[in-house]
Design a binder for this molecule. Structure first.
Ligand code: 3PG
Ligand code: MG
Length: 393
C-alpha cells in the first residue's frame, strides 16, 4: 500500500478524503473522534508544505441540501488543528477552484459535502474529473467510508497519484493483525441486537476465529434454538434453524461458540428497572434478558485470558440503559487490562461498539478501536473494500 511516506506534498494541492460525517447537534459537533483521528495526516501534509484540501460526505442528502452542509463542522476541525480552516461552498467548479487558488502552502481548506452532487455516489467519471482537476495528489484517510465505491473514495484514487493517510494506514494495520496470521488463540466477541444483520459476519468469523462469543440480543436467538426459555426477550424466532446451522458448522470445524450461561432479566427495559440474575434455564415467561450475568462475565473473561487476539463488535447487553451496561463494561475492562499488559491484541469497532467502549472508558487501552461502522462490519464479513483495494493497486 502506498502511504504518505511515498508522497511528495511540498507545494502540491493535496485532496484529502476524510470522514467528517460526525454527529452534530444544534450546530455543534458532539463527538470529535473522527476529526482527531485525521488531524495527524492533515498536519503532516501542511507541515511538509502541502495545501490540504479536505473532501468529505456528511449525512445522506438527496442533492444540495444545506441541512447537510459541512460548514458547521469546520470550526471543530480548526480547533483541533489549532489553525484556521477555510471553507468553500461547493466541492467542484468555480467556488472550489477559487478557494484553492487562494491557498498558500501549509493552508487547509474544507470543501462542501461531496454528496451534494449525484455523481459522488454514482462514481460518475465526469464528477471524478471535476474533483481531479482541483488537486495534484490524493490522500485517503477515511477508512470508515472505504466500503463505498464513491467518486471521492474510489474513482479519484484512479485519477491522481494516491496514498493512504496515517489513520487509514493504522486502521488497515490493526485489521490485518486480526486476520492475516493473527496470534492465536483468536477470539471474537459479537453482540448487538440482531442475528439477521450479522449472518455474513458470523460466517466469516467462524472461518477464522478459534472462539466466538455471542452475546447481546442476538444470543437469545441461539439460546432459543437450543431450546432454552427466552421469555419476552428480543429473539428472531424465524432464524432458529439458521442459528442451529451456524452452531453445527462451528462444531464440525472445531470452533468454540460461547453463549451466556446466566442473564440479568427484568420485566421492562428501563433505567434501574427491578432486575435479577438467573441461570439461562431459569428465564421466566415474562422476563426480558437485558445483560449477561456474573458467571457469563467470568466465563468470557477466562476466554480472553486464554486468547492472544480479540476482535469485538457489538455490546453484550442493553448497555445504553443502566444497570444493563455492566456485562459490557466488565468484559471491556478485562480486555483493556490484558491489552495494556501486552497479553492481548484487541481490535474493536462498528457502530454501537465505539459508544459502548467509550462509555466503559477503555478505548485508550485497547490496541485499536475503529471509528468505522459499516466499513468495519464489511471487513469482518471478509469483503474487499473498494476504497482500500484501490490504494493497493
Ligand atoms: C459512517 O458514518 O459509517 C460513514 O461515514 C459512512 O456513511 P454512509 O453509511 O452514509 O455511507
Ligand atoms: Mg492471553
Amino acid at each position: 500500500m502506498r502511504t504518505l511516506d511515498q508522497a511528495q506534498v511540498n507545494g502540491k494541492r493535496v485532496l484529502v478524503r476524510v470522514d467528517l460525517n460526525v454527529p452534530v447537534e444544534n450546530g455543534r459537533v458532539t463527538d470529535r473522534t473522527r476529526i482527531e483521528r485525521v488531524a495527524p495526516t492533515i498536519r503532516e501534509i501542511t507541515g511538509n508544505g502541502g495545501k490540504a484540501i479536505l473532501l468529505s460526505h456528511f449525512g445522506r442528502p438527496k442533492g444540495r441540501d444545506l441541512k447537510h452542509s459541512l460548514e458547521p463542522v469546520v470550526p471543530a476541525v480548526a480547533e483541533i488543528l489549532g489553525r484556521p480552516v477555510a471553507f468553500a461552498a461547493d466541492c467542484i467548479g468555480k467556488a472550489a477552484a477559487e478557494a484553492i487558488g487562494a491557498m498558500r502552502p501549509g493552508d487547509v481548506l474544507c470543501l462542501e459535502n461531496t454528496r451534494f452532487h449525484a455523481g459522488e455516489e454514482r462514481n460518475d467519471p465526469e464528477f471524478v474529473e471535476a474533483l481531479a482537476r482541483l488537486g495534484d495528489i490524493y490522500v485517503d484517510d477515511a477508512f470508515s467510508a472505504a466500503h463505498r465505491a464513491h467518486a471521492s473514495v474510489e474513482g479519484l484514487a484512479h485519477r491522481l497519484p494516491s496514498y493512504a493517510g496515517r489513520s487509514m494506514q493504522r486502521e488497515i494495520e490493526a485489521l490485518t493483525s486480526v486476520f492475516d496470521r493473527p496470534k492465536r488463540p483468536l477470539a471474537a466477541i459479537v453482540g448487538g441486537a440482531k442475528v439477521s444483520t450479522k449472518l455474513d459476519l458470523l460466517g466469516n468469523l467462524l472461518a477464522n476465529v478459534d472462539v466466538l462469543v455471542i452475546a447481546g440480543g442476538m444470543a437469545n436467538t441461539f439460546l432459543a434454538a437450543l431450546g432454552k426459555p427466552v421469555g419476552k426477550s428480543l429473539c428472531e424466532h424465524d432464524l432458529l434453524a439458521t442459528a442451529r446451522e451456524i452452531m453445527k458448522k462451528a462444531n464440525t470445524e472445531h470452533r468454540e461458540i460461547v453463549l451466556p450461561v446466566d442473564a440479568v432479566v427484568a420485566g421492562k427495559l428501563e433505567t434501574n428497572a427491578p432486575s435479577r440474575v438467573v441461570a439461562i434455564e431459569g428465564v421466566g415467561a415474562d422476563d426480558m434478558i437485558l445483560d449477561i450475568g456474573r458467571r457469563s462475565i467470568e466465563h468470557v473473561c477466562s476466554v480472553l485470558a486464554r486468547a492472544k487476539t480479540l476482535v469485538w463488535n457489538g455490546p453484550l447487553g442493553a448497555f445504553e440503559v443502566e444497570p444493563f451496561d455492566i456485562g459490557t463494561i466488565e468484559v471491556a475492562e478485562a480486555a483493556a487490562e490484558l491489552s495494556s499488559a501486552g497479553e492481548l491484541i484487541s481490535v474493536a469497532g462498528g457502530g454501537d461498539t465505539v459508544a459502548a467502549l467509550n462509555a466503559a472508558g477503555v478505548t485508550e487501552r485497547f490496541t485499536y478501536v475503529s471509528t468505522a461502522g459499516g466499513a468495519f462490519l464489511e471487513w469482518l464479513e471478509g469483503k474487499q473494500l473498494p476504497g482500500v483495494a484501490v490504494l493497493m493497486q
